[in-house]
Design a protein around this ligand. Structure first.
Ligand code: SF4
Ligand code: SF4
Ligand code: SF4
Length: 546
């Protein structure tokens, strides 16, 4: 029999690559542009993600309006099944490409592509996460595939590429090699200039916790060597949510028993391990609609057709087989897990980490954690590179969520970018005027470090750079005694707590690069009513207001 050309498989591959490139393109396009507010379409992928919508609704009791766009994905899944996993998800494509590469080197290919009961694990993980969200925990979204890939590309892969390109271009520039009369720099320099102006606009951008983020990504990609698309089959919480929606899609697989000779080729080609046996036992919740089964079958016995009645049962269509006991255990696991996440002084809101400086517009901490997915969009767009992933500052629940590290980069007085890209409004979008009213922290001099205090010499760098028009740092002339007994008048800098907004410029510019003489801490941040140590001064009042 003549073998049918698997052109549908090629169409799928082209579509997958196109969506992966679009995803990377959106990451690259998310960059600071002076004077411009980032456009909403930069977060298009996250807006199409129903897991983010569901978790935000349950945990924060809020519906980010643009996220309703994800209902398109829900509709698509109800009609076509988990086509998102097989054709659209960029992390799915990374796994598919890895599996394809491994097929070339693992001989015989290490595959097991019939359904394994362990594939139910992802549904139980999702169940636990939904219960966790009901009591206020958004935590599982740090494992959302789009979030995970975005964060990895932004904080690890791109900075590594930038370092390589910058170092390589500099080396070529300095060596200035020639091939005959041809100067290599005539090619490398324009390419480098282009990348510097359009892709790597912040020089030497780097992030904290890169090793941890990258190690997790490498682990889930390497798991393909054990089972193809391990992450998608066993773990992915978004895949599980789409699997529940795809229980009985309109587009279904049909095997003609008269033509099928049970050779098993369709099963070995299945990306989702969606069938428990040959020919029958197809589980649509596990099927990625990769179409490999129908394009592989040499007898054209396997086809996908529209079956217009969504509720009609068919013997060939099987459920995954979740058990009530399993669901209850998952729910209990979610509750216990959340109790552990919150069983820290910080989780209970009884202490404030002095260096957990959230970007301007951030909601109060519990509400922030009930929304933030730790995607890293805000960090990518921050023009100073000061927004960094938290590692220990916000506890396990706040792992990889953004905080400002002023010694790396400050919060630009005129910038409101992070709030405009945040897909869940964990950081509220602000106007510049609104931002100027918000305190994200308070600067404090370290009198054991600050040059005028410790060494009796003038230094007004912080005062000069403070961006507040009336200056939050002012100087008081003071007389100090020198070693030889002579007196000198110097300017001692002080912080006005009414004016300081905690932007961190002073800490950033302090010439003491190792341990600055002024530091920003979270005291008096606007988002926490109870974290106001310095109450406004009342004119004429002598007594302390406590
Ligand atoms: S932290 Fe400040 S400088 Fe960074 S993106 Fe947000 S508003 Fe802009
Ligand atoms: S705060 Fe930053 S990391 Fe968190 S969801 Fe918003 S953009 Fe993503
Ligand atoms: S943090 Fe420093 S630079 Fe920023 S407003 Fe306060 S004193 Fe000025």
């Amino acid at each position: 029999m003549k073998r049918r050309l698997p052109f549908r498989r090629w169409i799928r591959r082209v579509v997958q690559i196109a969506f992966l490139l679009a995803f990377v393109g959106l990451i690259l396009a998310t960059r600071p542009v002076p004077g411009e507010t980032p456009s909403w379409w930069l977060k298009a992928y996250f807006l199409a993600d129903p897991l983010i919508l569901v978790m935000t609704v349950l945990a924060a009791h809020a519906v980010p309006l643009l996220a309703l766009f994800s209902l398109v994905t829900v509709l698509l899944t109800l009609i076509l099944g988990r086509v998102f996993c097989g054709w659209i998800c960029p992390l799915g494509t990374v796994h598919a490409l890895t599996g394809w590469a491994l097929d070339k080197v693992q001989k015989p290919a290490k595959r097991r592509d019939t359904f394994s009961p362990w594939q139910k694990a992802k549904y139980y993980i999702l169940g636990g996460a939904l219960v966790m969200a009901l009591v206020g925990g958004h935590w599982i979204t740090i494992f959302d595939p789009l979030v995970l890939l975005y964060r990895t590309v932004t904080t690890s892969l791109l900075p590594a590429a930038q370092w390589g390109i910058e170092t390589g271009a500099n080396a070529v520039y300095q060596a200035d090699p020639r091939i005959g009369g041809f100067k290599l720099t005539s090619v490398t320099e324009p390419a480098y200039q282009y990348l510097r102006n359009h892709v790597f606009v912040l020089p030497k951008q780097a992030f904290l916790g890169t090793g941890l983020i990258l190690a997790f990504f490498i682990a889930i990609v390497a798991a393909n060597a054990y089972r193809r698309r391990f992450w998608c089959r066993y773990v992915c919480p978004l895949g599980a949510l789409l699997g529940l929606l795809a229980k009985r899609p309109l587009l279904r697989r049909k095997v003609t028993s008269e033509s099928c000779n049970e050779c098993g080729l369709c099963t070995t080609a299945c990306h989702g391990a969606s069938a428990s046996g040959l020919g029958t036992g197809w589980k649509p919740s596990e099927c990625f609609v990769c179409l490999n089964c129908s394009t592989t079958c040499p007898r054209d016995a396997c086809e996908f057709t529209f079956q217009p009645v969504i509720w009609r049962k068919e013997p060939a269509v099987q459920p995954v087989g979740l058990t009530r006991r399993g669901v209850l255990w998952a729910a209990a696991g979610g509750l216990v897990g959340f109790a552990f996440l919150r069983a820290t002084p910080q989780g209970r809101g009884s202490v404030y980490h002095p260096r957990l400086i959230r970007p301007p517009g951030s909601r109060p901490e519990p509400d922030f954690l009930a929304r933030c997915t730790a995607c890293g969009m805000c960090m990518k767009v921050c023009p100073t590179g000061g927004l960094q992933p938290a590692i220990t500052e916000a506890g396990l629940e706040g792992l990889f969520t953004p905080h400002l590290v002023p010694i790396i980069g400050y919060c630009d007085y005129t910038c409101t970018a992070c709030g405009h890209v945040c897909p869940t409004e964990a950081i509220r979008p602000l106007t510049e005027e609104e931002k100027h009213q918000i305190k994200i922290g308070l600067a404090a001099f370290d009198v054991t470090r600050c040059i005028p205090y410790v060494y009796g010499r003038n230094c007004v760098v912080c005062e000069e750079h403070c961006p507040i028009p009336e200056k939050a740092i002012y100087c008081v002339e003071t007389e100090v005694e020198l070693r030889d007994g002579k007196k000198r008048r110097i300017k001692l800098p002080k912080v006005d707590p009414e004016k300081c907004i905690g932007c961190g410029v002073c800490e950033y510019v302090c010439p003491l690069d190792d341990a600055p003489g002024i530091r920003v801490i979270t005291t008096n941040e606007t988002r926490h009513d109870r974290h106001q140590a310095l109450l406004p001064e009342v004119e004429g009042e002598e007594e302390l207001p406590y």
